[in-house]
Write a protein that binds this ligand. Structure first.
Ligand code: ADP
Length: 357
């Protein structure tokens, strides 16, 4: 063995097919704590842990014989003092001086084990923190909903004149209270929905859903707002018998979210259009608008939670917290589909719900 190999910073060992150790370099001897003459001629098993021995017979040697080489094998050696030494090993089988020999190099992987442990620990901590966050969000939203329902309910009581007559200014104020509580309820529900999705507590119940019926339901809820905002609404190519496999309530939630966004980001005079399109096994419901659109470099972000890409004051984004699309995409994916978008700034956006048929 030449000097370089003898002192190289990796263990080297050569053994014959009957398992006898032919050569070992200084680094390996140092690791396992044997003198050269103690190991030469001994069986390789001398320096293998019990797991390493089994692995040697069932995998390592058969593989080396069959393929002529093995790479990146995790193995454990055993020192003379009985200590297990995890190593990463490469082996190669070749002819030298007229006989078949198996040459192996070993790198110690103590450090790597430590890194892996650290990564695992960090991941567990992160998961626990995430679960705590979801629990907090879901508790908080529950606790906020109760007093909010009371605020809105008592405003109704006053509006109905149940505590005596009210004047016009008071009526306007009460309507403002109602409007603000409705907006706040939407925010709280978004946060609650998001927390439930994060905690994996949302189950979808898949049933055949007749698309035009689902659309009609969503349209009836949006019609008034479309008119109030001066928008035209159109629906194309959604044949009467078109069905998809979906959770009807969740699909409704997604449709309302997309329609609300289309309205929110389209100036008066614009048009919101729904188009259907069938492909083998898949069905697409596309919600399009000719509103302000989304800049190409921001498109990948909009499905991230709590992301709003437009200036809140200019576009009434204040009525949301940037959770709608994140929730919608998670829901559509849970139904075996996907939610995607194409958009051009100043021209408008098209959100596509893809669902199995
Ligand atoms: P929110 O509506 O509560 O802000 P969403 O998750 O529904 O949250 O939407 C995230 C962001 O994506 C919006 O704030 C807006 O910037 C952008 N966006 C969504 N829909 C549209 C649309 N139809 N046209 C333009 N921008 C949109």
């Amino acid at each position: 063995m030449d000097d370089i190999l003898r002192t190289a910073p990796a263990g080297f060992l050569s053994f014959s097919d009957d398992g006898s150790i032919l050569l070992a370099n200084d680094r390996l001897l140092e690791r396992v704590g044997y003198a050269r003459e103690e190991l030469t001629g001994r069986h390789l098993e001398t320096i293998l842990s019990s797991g390493g021995r089994i692995f040697y017979h069932t995998h390592f040697f058969p593989l080396l014989k069959m393929q002529g080489r093995v790479d990146e094998i995790y193995f454990s050696l055993k020192s003379k003092a009985g200590e297990e030494i995890p190593v990463l090993m490469n082996g190669i089988r070749l002819e030298r001086d007229g006989r078949t020999v198996n040459d192996c190099v070993f790198m110690r992987i103590q450090q790597r084990h430590r890194y892996e442990d650290e990564i695992l620990r960090a991941r567990k901590t992160a998961e626990a923190a995430n679960a705590a966050k979801s629990r907090f969000l879901s508790m908080m939203s529950h606790d906020l909903r109760t007093p909010l329902t009371a605020i809105s309910g008592f405003a109704d009581v006053l509006l109905m004149g149940m505590q005596g007559p009210i004047n016009e200014a008071q009526r306007q104020d009460l309507l403002d209270i109602k409007k603000a509580s409705k907006q706040m309820m939407t925010l709280i529900n978004d946060i609650l929905g998001f927390a439930q999705l994060q905690a994996g507590r949302v189950e979808v119940k898949i049933d055949p859903v007749v698309v035009p019926e689902a659309l009609a339901r969503a349209e009836s809820l949006m019609r008034l707002q479309l008119v109030e905002k001066g928008l035209t609404y159109e629906r194309h190519d959604c044949e009467t018998e078109a069905t998809v496999m979906a959770d009807p309530e969740r699909l409704q939630q997604v449709l309302l979210n997309l329609l609300t966004n289309a309205m929110k980001f389209t100036p008066p005079g614009g048009t919101v259009t729904i188009r259907c399109n069938r492909e083998p096994g898949r069905f697409f419901i596309r919600v399009a608008d000719n509103g302000i659109g989304i800049a190409a470099d921001r498109i990948p972000e909009i499905f991230d939670p709590f992301v709003q890409v437009h200036d809140a004051t200019a576009h009434a984004t204040g009525s949301g917290v940037g959770l709608g699309l994140s929730i919608s995409r998670d829901l559509v994916r849970a139904m075996g589909g996907d939610l995607t978008v194409t958009s051009q700034i100043g021209k408008g956006s098209v959100f596509s719900i893809e669902l199995p048929t």
